[in-house]
Design a binder for this molecule. Sequence first.
Ligand SMILES: Cc1cc2nc3c(=O)[nH]c(=O)nc-3n(C[C@H](O)[C@H](O)[C@H](O)COP(=O)(O)OP(=O)(O)OC[C@H]3O[C@@H](n4cnc5c(N)ncnc54)[C@H](O)[C@@H]3O)c2cc1C
Length: 377
Amino acid sequence: MNRTKLSYWEREQYFTGIDVFIAGSGIVGINAALQLKKRFPSMKIVIGERGVIPTGASTKNAGFACFGSMTELIDDLTRMSEDEVLALVERRFRGLARLRNMVGDANMDLQMLGGYEVFEDSESFKECADRIGEFNEKMKKTIGLSNVYSVADDKITSFGLGNVKHMILNSGEGQINSGAMMSTLISLAKQEGIQFMNGIEIESYSRKGKELEIQTTGGFSFNAANLFICTNGFAKTILPELNVEPARAQVLITKEIPGLKLRGTFHYDKGYYYFRNVGNRVLFGGGRNLNFSGENTVSHELTEQIQQRLDELLKKVILPGTSYEVDMRWAGTMGVGEVKSPIVKEIEPGVYCAVRMGGMGVALGSLVGEEVAAMVR
Ligand SMILES: Cc1cc2nc3c(=O)[nH]c(=O)nc-3n(C[C@H](O)[C@H](O)[C@H](O)COP(=O)(O)OP(=O)(O)OC[C@H]3O[C@@H](n4cnc5c(N)ncnc54)[C@H](O)[C@@H]3O)c2cc1C
């Protein structure tokens, strides 16, 4: 459909005079819009989203409000300097505070039940346990929390876990209802007069004098002074040169399990697997390490290899001896790259991107939205 089929009213209201057009209505895109409105209350902001609802990672994730388990940080230290690792922890922690401030704990059902790291062997546990004091000091300096990490072996039986030898608790972590979080953000944005256009897939943009013309696959085009690309794992379709790759993450959730003992968020096998309770259900995901190259896709199809492994571990480690049924299975797309940090930058005058949240977007999304909004002059 092209412009000539629009009415004058439609053209003026929806397609022109836009100060900032944001591609993608995930946690980053919406937070960017809200922060822009704070800075420039009269701005006309339109968010174009390809799905009927947001269809990226923000509504498909596991809802861990986390900033770093010990094996994750130890692993990061093999690739990044200590300053970089701690700076990322600090950003995640600050991002979570921003999210809580913006959304409100009750509106996303935040529960600070703690985050646990689960160990099947004593060797990797010992490496972490020996460094608890050192890491607690680093956390105290970086985020101001005392005694973040502690051994929590006494909880293994009470959570009903099988084949688990040791656990380390991160007392500063929690869990949210990601659907409620996104729904609240969308309501807040609508209250601020931010326009949402769903079913709009941005294909490309070009410069037309002082403005940008933003083309969509449906044939519509928008004229805007600025464009934000907040499409995370899908960003390469608009900006092929960006260093961001899609990474599929597969998840399942059980039906309600009467008397479920599990409470909290859990990382297993160096974080390649993660599980939590959702009320009396268990949400369980991971297994990308079984086929990294195959999972480098924007497809939301499930694979037998990973789903089978999830089924095995669910039975053996998480719910041994418990009868349960799997209710749903799904997949989402993360944005990852060689470097474990978001790309927040001005691509060219008036065109900005804020992508590559990895598995950290619940924590980082609000802050990254704020950072990209601050770049607009
Ligand atoms: C299964 C899974 C579990 C996860 N678990 C956690 C967790 O527990 N904790 C955590 O912190 N993080 C987790 N993550 C990561 C986290 O969800 C993401 O980092 C975060 O949601 C990214 O937000 P975003 O706004 O950058 O991108 P997205 O939420 O992916 O939003 C991008 C939006 O852009 C839209 N879009 C794409 N292309 C176009 C286009 N061309 N035109 C218009 N719109 C477009 C998409 O439909 C989407 O709505 C998980 C991710 C997955 C997939």
